[in-house]
Write a protein of this length. Structure first.
Length: 157
């Protein structure tokens, strides 16, 4: 169903806050955008299966990985929003720039594709309960992910 203007604004705001908190490294506020359980699907880049995790687990893992980069910038655009009662879905294109100075090549890796973000209303506020990232293209040095993760394959970026 088509969202009202206010629903659309609130849903886009929730997704924007997710990536804003990542890029400014506000790890204390970061979990506030999520529902109690979140299904993450980054299989388009890492393989494997989606995982259902808590906001605290996401914070722990992403703070460790993303906090290791010199900088990141996540940009969402072309937002499509649908609402069905207390459920919503935001689909958007993205570009995610990751920077890490290193001696093995370019300090930049840029990834592009789409995000499909599921949300539901919790006490009048839209909370993210599903994130599906579909990588469609990349440019630069993907090895900086392994460098930032200390040689371990990260589950999400």
């Amino acid at each position: 169903m088509t969202a009202t203007a206010q629903q659309r604004a609130d849903i886009i705001e929730a997704a924007t806050r997710l990536f804003w908190f990542i890029d400014i490294r506000d790890w204390d506020a970061f979990p506030s955008v999520f529902a109690d359980q979140v299904t993450l699907d980054y299989s388009s880049i890492w393989g494997g299966e989606p995982a259902t995790v808590t906001p605290d687990a996401i914070r722990r893992d992403w703070e460790k990985l993303i906090g290791s980069f010199d900088a990141t910038q996540h940009l969402l655009g072309n937002h499509l929003v649908t609402v069905d009662g207390d459920r919503a879905e935001l689909t958007a294109v993205f570009q995610a720039i990751h920077l890490l100075a290193n001696r093995f090549g370019s300090p930049r890796w840029t990834l592009g594709g789409t995000y499909r973000i599921g949300l539901h209303l919790v006490d009048g506020e839209w909370k993210i309960d599903a994130v599906v990232m579909t990588a469609q293209w990349a440019d630069g040095n993907k090895d900086i992910l392994m460098i930032a993760s200390g040689g371990q394959r990260p589950d999400a970026a």
